[in-house]
Design a protein around this ligand. Structure first.
Ligand SMILES: [Zn+2]
Length: 101
């Protein structure tokens, strides 16, 4: 009777241990899956940031070209510094408001 009781206690303990090991294994698998998803999210985010970066660089380049073009228009105008015509004043107003940034 004593031996049976001992065996039963041991088998209960063994079953608990097996159950715990299964749970730990499941948690580790879930963690691996979560990390995989996180990695995919980061890769997607990286693509988005790269795309925004490229668009912004293109926009800055275009704005630089437009500023240069406007300044050239002023340079080639008949008016002069201290006596600018309406169009050149409008151009300087536009550039000073930094509306092209
Ligand atoms: Zn002018």
């Amino acid at each position: 009777m004593k031996k049976v009781a001992k065996l039963t206690r041991e088998s209960v303990w063994e079953n608990q241990l097996k159950g715990n090991l299964t749970t730990i294994e499941e948690i580790r698998t879930d963690t691996l899956n979560d990390l995989q998803l996180l990695s995919e999210d980061f890769q997607h985010l990286h693509l988005v940031v790269t795309s925004v970066q490229q668009n912004y660089a293109a926009l800055l380049k275009q704005n630089r070209q437009m500023r240069a073009m406007l300044l050239q228009v002023v340079d080639e105008c008949f008016c002069w510094q201290g006596n600018r015509c309406d169009r050149c004043n409008a151009i300087f107003q536009l550039l000073s408001n930094r509306q092209l940034e």
